[in-house]
Ligand binder design. Structure first.
Ligand code: XIL
Length: 369
């Protein structure tokens, strides 16, 4: 894939010139900002008073900044929709495009929730990341209870990917084609599951070929978690991406989920990001959050802010990293309390959609050079 093709989409989105931006910034700083998330205390530091949105600052840096979106609040909460459209230029369906949602029975596809999000994005001039086409989790029982031959399994995979990607052809900027194909631990082995058992490891490059055939214009990512430098998974993620490419399948980039738990070694992690870029892949930070033990104290939120700011700073330092996506933007709707009982407070806004220190850390990262 040529560099020109890889950067084309991102560049074509951003039309703001320097002067347009200056006008915009001044205008937003003087405009009265509606909504509870407007930080205007006169004793607040300067960057707290500025009301430029993350989205405006990100446009200026040619960055896609986004969030996972849950379908229910998108349907029912006006303040959720308002903040989403105001602060971000990218959305990603939290569950709406996964197998269980979009392909609930063998002969039934249901694009209702996915279409709703794509329509929201179109109305608000936002890009969409599709998530995801193959994962060993979140699969419907009708699928996992089958006992197909290898040939039949390949046909199932091809038909699903072709149906979903074709439905959204031209509307999805980036797809997470394969999610979390690597197992836990440090051996670099593949995660066990139906696709591995039915098809073998080749299901991974196959999925990329099927996706590319259905929408040659979409950027295709391999997405995984437990990115930590030093850390064994880091190398295995890059090796798998190289294997996909070496087998002739079209892959544009690596998505790093970044549900961060560990402390960040900024220098080491930045050099690992550079290694991905130098190997010819784009990098997307795809599911950024930072869960805390509840109740989260002030110090924890300060540490969280540092992490968000450091991650965005690392991304901005690397020209091939131009996607920064949060896994939810408000503690009102986050997968964390459900998945990790006793934990929460992992996003940049509280349940009232008021910005937390992490929000301001993102803003500072976007403002700094
Ligand atoms: C999670 C969603 O947030 C939940 O709503 C759902 O119940 C389970 O999946 N890695 C991923 C995401 O790639 O798809 C997961 O999302 C979180 C971990």
């Amino acid at each position: 894939m040529s560099d020109r093709r890889q950067y084309r989409d991102a560049r074509s989105v951003y039309r703001l010139g320097r002067s347009t931006f200056a006008v915009l910034l001044v205008a937003t700083m003087v405009a009265a900002c509606s909504g509870s998330s407007s930080p205007r205390s006169s004793s607040a530091p300067a960057e707290h008073r500025a009301t430029a949105t993350l989205r405006q600052l990100a446009d200026r840096r040619h960055l896609l900044i986004g969030s996972a979106v849950a379908d229910r609040p998108l349907r029912t909460e006006a303040d959720y929709r308002r903040v989403l459209g105001r602060e971000f230029n990218l959305v990603e369906p939290e569950d709406a495009m996964k197998w269980s949602t979009v392909h609930p029975a063998r002969d039934t596809y249901d694009f209702t929730a996915g279409d709703r999000l794509v329509q929201f994005a179109e109305q608000h001039g936002m890009k969409v990341r599709g998530h995801n086409l193959v994962w060993e989790k979140f699969n419907p029982a009708w699928l996992t209870s089958l006992t197909p031959s290898r040939t039949e399994a390949i046909a199932l995979l091809r038909d699903h990917i072709t149906a979903v990607v074709s439905h959204y052809r031209g509307k999805i900027a980036q797809w997470d084609v394969v999610n979390e194909a690597l197992a836990e631990g440090d051996r670099g082995s593949m995660r066990d599951g139906v696709w591995l058992r039915w098809i073998g490891p080749e299901y991974v490059p196959m999925a990329f070929r099927f996706a590319h055939d259905a929408d040659p214009g979409a950027q295709l990512f391999y997405n995984d978690y437990d990115w930590r430098s030093p850390g064994p998974k880091t190398d295995h993620i890059l090796e798998l991406a190289q294997h996909i490419r070496d087998s002739g399948a079209p892959i544009d980039g690596i998505g790093l989920q970044l549900h961060v738990l560990h402390s960040l070694n900024v220098a080491a992690e930045r050099s690992k990001l550079r290694a991905i870029a130098n190997a010819g892949f784009d990098v997307a930070m795809t599911e950024v959050d930072n869960r805390r033990k509840l109740p989260a104290v002030t110090a924890a939120l300060g540490d969280q802010a540092r992490k968000f700011g450091d991650l965005l700073g690392m991304c901005l330092a690397i020209p091939r990293c131009r996607t920064f996506n949060l896994w939810g933007f408000t503690d009102r709707h986050s997968w964390i309390p459900g998945a990790f009982p006793g934990f929460g407070a992992g996003t940049i806004m509280d349940k009232g959609l008021r910005p937390k220190p992490a929000f301001f850390a993102l803003r500072r990262a976007l403002l700094s050079r």
